[in-house]
Design a protein around this ligand. Sequence first.
Ligand SMILES: [Zn+2]
Length: 465
Amino acid sequence: MIRRASAVPLVLILAAGSALAADLTEQYRPTADKLIAAALADTEGYNRLAYLCYRIGNRLSGSPGLEKALAWSVETMKAAGLSNVRVIPAKVPHWVRGAESARMVTPVERPLHVLGLGMSIGTPPGGITAAVVAVSTFQDLARLGRAGIQGKIVLYNEEYQGYGPTRVYRSTGASRAAEFGAAAALVRSVTPLAMQIPHTGEMSYDDRQPRIPAAAVSPEDAMMMARLVEDGVPVTVHLEMGAQMLPDADSGDVIGEIPGREHPEEVVVMGGHIDSWDVGQGAQDDGASVVACLQAVALMKKLGLEPRRTIRVAFWVNEENGGRGGVAYRDFIGDKIKDQAAALEMDGGAEAPRGFGASVDAPSMALLQQIGKLLERVGAGEIIVGGGGSDIGPLLRDGVPGLSERTSGAHYFDWHHTDADTLDKVNPMDFRKNVAALAVMGYVLADMPERLVAAYGGARGGPLR
Ligand SMILES: [Zn+2]
């Protein structure tokens, strides 16, 4: 029989006095150790991830892959014994890539490694052939002006400076180039690793500018073309993209929970996004995270743990190209926002866990440090300021305390949004440690007597789209 965690503090109060009893570390150590032991021995979670990656595969909003993944999510949450499993409906953008290719025509005929950017328009049938003008920054672009850019393909060859700073060329580069009359935009892939692999990702258009097609090129192809242009060698590229936007599709978030034993109306939610780009398998982004969150709650269920508050797992939809799932979830919560005790998002892959970032006040940080101590044995005890994510953003903006799980992130952007984001990149032991970290953090947040308090303006930690 499993003794409930709530029985432990009473023992400690008698044994060690009230000062120690207030310490979450000692109060929850027995339960945390059980959850960690279960997580480190668990094979079911990784098997579930393998099914998602190999039997379903990638799952862009509007795709049959996503439909399959949602049905599987419902089935798997039910199989894990979760209650109130349901789909929160959301309309999602439906972008399809179509056929695409590019080649350098001069000075040498050579195929290029390209991947259209998500939400881009296609080229006219037959494609575009144009001279390439290369820039590193938007300042370079402005310096060239319309005289240097009109009718040409703008290549952004900005070296990787970290994901946040560098992806601005991917997300806004097309419209910035179109402002000067560019015919198309090519963007050096947002990655620290050059392995001839193009990385896609979301872009958006500025409605004041004409829409031009945009694609990512491998870092190697970007560097080659930029160097040729710099040397005064005319570079011409032929680009063909069949991308198109279809009407919004029906989709939704999938949620399931263990209802709270004392305060079922109060909810700790943790999750990630079930959608992915249309390449690879969405293994690290974000399949491993959703399955790790599910498995963390599945293990609580297996151990017979029933926290004071409801612990809910959420598979949000459409994080990659619209964020409609996060908004639908906020709408679903409605006026019950005060009952949302905490929201935890995981969207940075499942490499070795380090700990958690949190957007909470100072006393709440101290509580989280106490929980962190329980996770030192799996390397996940570090609690730092700043937690959030795009799916829980709408909750955090309305005052819900937000957390994000953090990992070493050593290789995340090597594979991110590529054909190489596949199951083999997820180390099974690292995955289990993530499950352990999520299980302990999720359980204690849902069970501890206190509640976290959000830091003012705490919605930090930008989206990892
Ligand atoms: Zn993601």
